[in-house]
Design a protein around this ligand. Structure first.
Ligand code: SF4
Length: 219
């Protein structure tokens, strides 16, 4: 499959303890199926002519400059976005190029087709999952999308014994959820077998695309 390519919005090198252990390079894919109100990276949601279309080989050549750091520190490449799990074939090709020594991580909402997730299981060392909130009403208000795929994909990861390879991000989303909602999400995920959690607070930074989507929903 050597005709695979993807739009890459940014590449950020020498990150320490931000996207997993060790020295990492963050590769930001363009495009995401969600439209979160406080999206951290709204530029990745819209077509932008400045984004580079890269093949896995071209990306590998760019990031392998830091291979020694990755191997020495237990780091590697973290794919973020946008939504990296829309690109399982790209990540598969990339893994063949970099081999098993680099840690491959994905920062994902997990709101992706289950076939994509199944393809990624062999290639991803760690899933960093921002679940927003497990309450379906809170989730759809905040993202304009339902969370059925997120919940079924969490079950798939649990069934495949991947809980230890996941960090679940549980955000406090101003105006949408409360600490009690977070606790409820945490308890549901504990029952599935997840153990690693990251509590954090979203900052209010409005995503203009969310407002456009909101007008459409309400018109
Ligand atoms: S999941 Fe939400 S926050 Fe992340 S890139 Fe997509 S719209 Fe933005």
């Amino acid at each position: 499959m050597n005709n695979i390519s993807a739009k890459i919005a940014a590449i950020s090198r020498h990150r320490l303890a931000i996207d997993g252990d060790g020295v990492t390079t963050l590769v930001v894919f363009a495009g995401c199926p969600l439209c979160c109100r406080y999206c951290l990276n709204p530029l990745t949601l819209s077509p932008n002519p400045k984004f580079k279309n890269l093949t896995p080989q071209q990306l590998y050549e760019k990031v392998s400059i830091d291979s020694l750091y990755f191997v020495a520190t237990g780091g590697g490449v973290t794919f973020g976005g946008g939504e990296p799990c829309l690109h399982p074939d790209f990540i598969d090709e990339f893994r063949k190029l970099c081999g098993p020594q680099w840690q491959i991580r994905v920062e994902t909402s997990l709101n992706i087709p289950s076939d994509n997730l199944a393809k990624l299981l062999d290639n991803v060392d760690q899933f960093i999952i921002d679940i927003k909130d497990t309450d379906s009403d809170i989730y759809s208000d905040y993202t304009h999308t339902d969370n059925k795929l997120v919940m079924s994909n969490l079950r798939l990861l649990a069934d495949e014994k991947f809980c230890d390879k996941c960090i679940i991000r549980l955000p406090l989303i101003p105006g949408y959820n409360t600490d009690a909602n977070r606790q409820s999400s945490h308890e549901k995920l504990n029952i599935l077998g997840f153990k690693n959690y990251d509590y954090f607070n979203y900052k209010i930074k409005e995503n203009p695309l969310w407002h456009e989507a909101n007008k459409l929903v309400k018109s």
